[in-house]
Design a protein around this ligand. Sequence first.
Ligand SMILES: Cc1ncc(COP(=O)(O)O)c(C=O)c1O
Length: 374
Amino acid sequence: MINFWSYKKEYQKNRRRILKRIDKTLTKGSIFFGDELNKFEKKFRSKYKSKYGAAVSSGTDALLIALKSIGIKNGDEVITASNTAIPTISAIINSGATPKLVDVGNDYLIDCSKIEKTITKKTKAIIPVHLYGQSCDMIKIINIAKKHKLKIIEDCAQAQGATYNQKFVGTFGDLGCFSFYPTKILGAYGDGGFILTKNKKLNEKIKRLRFYGIETINKKNKFFNKYYANENGQNSRIDEIQCSILNIKLNFVDQFIKKRIILANQYLKNLKDTNLILPKKNLSNKHVYHLFTVYHPLRKKIIKLLDKKKIKTRIIYPYAIQNMKAYRHLFLNKNLKNSEIKSRGIFCLPLYPEMKKTEVNKISKAIKSILNSL
Ligand SMILES: Cc1ncc(COP(=O)(O)O)c(C=O)c1O
């Protein structure tokens, strides 16, 4: 059996180190807002070359707090891609704004040539989604945002460590949001998220918003609680146990990415002469292959036959946003064709750092024999 994803091998490798660190943290007596959070925030923002940044409880909350921090409210519009993960949309709606969808190109990224048509007087921000592990065209997006005075919040949930013109995603816009959901490039053993920013004031606001609106950081950068809300916030704090795990795993994240790229290149080499449509890497990008997404019109049959051979795949995502009950009414008569075509034929092959090249070869061989039999 080849699982689509598993954290078990990785956990076995680091088990002793992780349990020791968690034990130390709990023995010390801090559950929230302790040394592990401080260390993690420092390490993460310095690794990704951002002046400021704060950890939060999930990628979804990172997006919601980012939207609130720039003042997004009822009646505003926020632009994003029609093939994104549901949480990008729920964060926009929960901020009070209305999502405006833009179709995607053959690289599964927002089609920049269609953004300007979607802008109205109510538009306040763009959320480019660096889907599957590669950056959107940030030069084009920055130019559009400047021209129309829009804020940029990058959704980096699937692309930690990816670069565009050698600069890390999450550092182009006003804010960059990350997810540490276990399957992600840097996975916690639970939930977690991060917001990067170059703006000190925004960072301070983010730190209030994640903790009921309370001012929590004193002049010595130590946590304190006055039980006094400066503004209305929410509970989006991250706990010390997750930060302990993330502090350990952050040391290995470059190795994880290296391995992902090696495995992806192996798939690309093995499958290049098939009629499967393989991921397209744009020239200016370092793709970190959070997902290895392929396209074939006979997806259903291929997945079923792979399953018979005990190879598990996943469709990420089977529905474009405009085709879901929760959101359909917002996008009636919208032309978002490419995301719909793609959603009907895409599927993802297993790819995670603990996989072996031999497994990639086995999967490739199975796919080739299935494609020949169709
Ligand atoms: C593109 C994208 N945005 C946002 C999120 C939300 O992150 P989380 O699951 O940590 O809330 C995800 C995670 O699934 C995602 O893939």
